[in-house]
Design a protein around this ligand. Structure first.
Ligand code: ZN
Ligand code: ZN
Length: 367
């Protein structure tokens, strides 16, 4: 699906105007990609009312002319760096009030640029492109759905091939292999594979010493990257009889997840959605065992705006794609987290992920 980058830049321009700027320099690599389609690095986007320039170097001129044919390129040679090119170019352009992505700039780079442009008034901004990125357009949604499909297919394969002897790290490698085999570019992040109590570490690293057969269940948190976009899921696979404790903890997490998903709609407060899950877990007696936020937006980055936490102040908006991932972690026993990807719609939600999640569906009969 073709992407309308010019439309994205128009939206960004409006935000910059509202912030009091008549021009902007976008220096964050992901934001440059979102606004232009350029997939390389070390390149900045500058624009004012009349002109749009990509500042880059000679390595990227061919790639840029293919990926961003509608933008004028200004290329540096190896004698100057990108910041010096920006200072030189903007000085000549006569720019006056310049929006800068202050939250992505080091003090050194900011000072270097501002000191070299005495006639320019810097307009510090924070999170303007991220604000746009939080709302996914049709092409982004199609890409995210593909990233989800690849992740789910890959998971189905590793699930069908599970054996007692496999180590956490073998499963993580196999996931990466399947994701690439199904057309993904890579994992969206290093997969988490936690057998038994290893699953109680929300961001544990897979180990070569822990085997599937060491405990009755394993937590797997994985995602695929496709055309720059991520997916992000977590499932528990049960490899032995379901103990009453596992059934109880699992069903409480599932109930919490469904309660939160039920709150999702345009205008819902982020903190209220988090609250719905947290209250369910608290009422079930495990409040202290759910220590992280409920979920996050994702897209070109695995964690991006909005963030669903108890203290979040914003609201959900139509077109946001978020994870809902409550968990209960008992250090000596294990962790249960269930994570799905959900699209916010005007009157509710659409759950984009479809891997089975009733506990009886998570039981694997191993080869
Ligand atoms: Zn995850
Ligand atoms: Zn996540």
């Amino acid at each position: 699906m073709p992407v309308n980058y010019a439309k994205r830049r128009r939206s960004f321009r409006k935000l910059c105007k509202a912030a009091g700027a008549d021009s902007a320099l976008v220096t964050n690599e992901t934001n440059v990609r979102y606004l232009t389609g350029f997939t390389g690095d070390s390149s900045f986007l500058w624009f004012d009312d009349k002109r749009e320039w990509l500042l880059t170097d000679s390595r990227y001129t061919v790639q840029l002319s293919q990926e961003c044919p509608d933008l004028e390129l200004i290329s540096r040679d190896s004698k100057i760096n990108i910041w010096q090119l920006a200072a030189r170019t903007l000085g000549k352009a006569g720019t006056k009030k310049l929006a800068l992505e202050t939250h992505h700039l080091t003090k050194q780079n900011y000072d270097q640029l501002v000191d070299a442009l005495p006639q320019v008034t810097p307009v510090p901004t924070s999170g303007l492109v991220e604000q746009l990125r939080a709302i996914k357009d049709k092409s982004e949604l199609a890409t995210i759905k593909k990233a989800i499909a690849i992740a789910e297919r890959s998971f189905a394969v590793i699930r069908s091939q599970l054996t007692e002897q496999q180590t956490e790290i073998q499963i993580a490698h196999n996931l990466e292999h399947q994701i690439r085999a199904f057309g993904g570019s890579r994992c969206a992040f290093d997969p988490i594979v936690g057998v038994g109590k290893n699953g109680a570490l929300p961001h544990g690293r897979p180990s070569a010493d822990s085997r599937i057969g060491d405990a009755p269940f394993v937590l797997i948190d994985w995602g695929a990257q496709y055309d720059g976009y991520a997916s992000d899921l977590t499932r528990i696979l049960v490899t032995a009889r379901i103990s009453p404790k596992l059934r109880k903890v699992y069903n409480l997490v599932l109930q919490a997840q469904l309660a939160a998903i039920g709150q999702i709609r345009d205008g819902a407060k982020l903190a209220d959605v988090d609250r719905a899950a947290r209250k369910t877990i608290e009422d079930g007696g495990f409040g202290k065992r759910f220590g992280h936020g409920l979920g996050h937006g994702f897209g070109l980055q695995i964690h991006e705006s909005p963030f669903l936490t108890p203290t979040a102040t914003g609201v959900l908006k139509t077109g946001m794609v978020i994870t809902i991932e409550p968990g209960i972690y008992l250090p000596t026993w294990g962790g249960v987290r269930i994570e799905d990807d959900v699209l916010v719609t005007e009157d509710g939600f659409e759950v984009l992920t479809s891997a089975p999640k009733e506990i009886d569906q998570c039981v694997v009969s191993m080869c």
